[in-house]
Design a protein around this ligand. Structure first.
Ligand code: UDP
Ligand code: MG
Length: 340
């Protein structure tokens, strides 16, 4: 198949226990993509599902050569599952979406229009939301505001995976934890241009959402780490140093005050204000310790994953007509004769 034109579009969909949703999604997706008329492939990732997801995907794979199935060894989570799909995808443009029918394939052409306009990353924006107001909408609204502010990327909705990317943008980004949410921030930081298109927000019909309110907390923690990584990973001393200086001067102030009262008034300070002072100091020190430990951990994780290029997932099996994992079956690059 040497003379085949390159694949233009890859559609990457992670599935975790979505057996009922796969056939209708597949039918719709192929309809929409066939209408576009360019060469495309589907990359379906089974994220260690416990139902018949893999069986359903394999059946589709058997009769459609455009389908690739990546089965992960266990449930790694949405971000690693997406990353596995991205690594396997060969298209010049990659589209990611959920496999639970909450994203409508009919909207894909809108994303592609923006990409054709020249944007590197196009993100969906759920203009009117149908999910629960208190547990989903409100936390998401607050998180979106904070993310827009902290990352400096002017998006309304960071939470949806319905997105289109130019391939180069993705290959630069390392995904782990809940980091798929931060792709626009990371991409824009790396210089990509980012646009937004409105999408509808469809309620889930089959199966259950894999997330609840606890996700908000985890997203906030990830937000802290991304902010830290983007701003301070190359100059951690400015971050820790400031905190350290503030603590030191506070401690020195208290020490001086105690010393003076002791020296001038001969007051027994520990007896007068002791417990409160100790508690305050212990809390401040403890808090700083926790934050610092967390951030150092983040830096270690980054070194661990990025410098050694460790995969954040492990593949059990591939179903593809292609021979090996993307990136490993590239023909060796030879230096061209012309100096281009
Ligand atoms: N998903 C996954 N692994 C997980 C959790 C979810 O691959 O551990 C997939 C899931 O099958 C769906 C998408 O990620 O296609 C979004 O998940 P979900 O619908 O649970 O999230 P929500 O729509 O509630 O944000
Ligand atoms: Mg969903």
């Amino acid at each position: 198949m040497k003379n085949d034109p390159p694949i233009r579009y890859s559609i990457v969909v992670p599935f975790y226990n979505e057996q009922e949703n796969i056939p209708p999604l597949y039918v719709k997706l192929t309809e929409v993509m066939d209408a576009i008329g360019e060469r495309y492939e589907l990359v379906f990732v089974d994220d260690g599902s416990k139902d018949k997801t893999f069986k359903v995907l394999s059946d589709i794979y058997e009769h459609d050569p455009r389908v690739n199935v990546v089965q992960l060894r266990r449930n790694f989570g949405q971000a690693p599952a997406l990353k596995a799909g991205f690594d396997f995808a060969r298209g010049e443009i990659i589209i990611s979406m959920d496999g639970d029918l909450q994203h409508d394939p009919d909207e894909i052409p809108r994303f592609l229009e923006k990409i054709e306009e020249g944007y590197d990353l196009v993100s969906g924006w759920r203009v009117s939301r149908t999910d629960h107001w208190l547990t989903r909408q409100l936390p998401s609204r607050i998180a979106n505001r904070m993310m827009a502010k902290l990352s400096g990327v002017d998006l309304h909705d960071f939470g949806t995976t319905f997105k289109a990317y130019r391939r180069e943008v993705l290959s630069e980004i390392h995904l782990y934890g809940e980091l798929h949410r931060f792709i626009p921030a990371l991409a824009s930081w790396a210089g990509a241009s980012v646009a937004e298109v409105p999408i509808s927000n469809i309620a889930r019909k089959n199966g259950e959402s894999n997330y609840g309110i606890s996700r908000t907390v985890r997203v906030l923690l990830d937000l802290m780490s991304v902010k830290f990584l983007l701003d301070y990973s190359t100059k951690p001393l400015q971050f820790f140093g400031l905190l350290g200086l503030a603590c030191l001067s506070g401690g020195a102030g208290i020490g001086l005050w105690i010393f003076l009262r002791k020296a001038i008034l001969d007051e027994g300070l520990l007896a007068n204000h002791g417990p409160l002072m100790l508690l305050g100091m212990a809390l401040v020190m403890g808090g700083i310790q926790f934050i610092a430990t967390g951030l150092i951990g983040e830096m270690l994780a980054r070194t661990y994953y990025e410098s050694q290029n460790k995969p954040v997932y492990s593949v059990r099996e591939f179903r593809s007509r292609r021979e090996a994992m993307a990136g490993r079956d590239e023909p060796p690059r030879t230096a061209g004769a012309g100096g281009w």
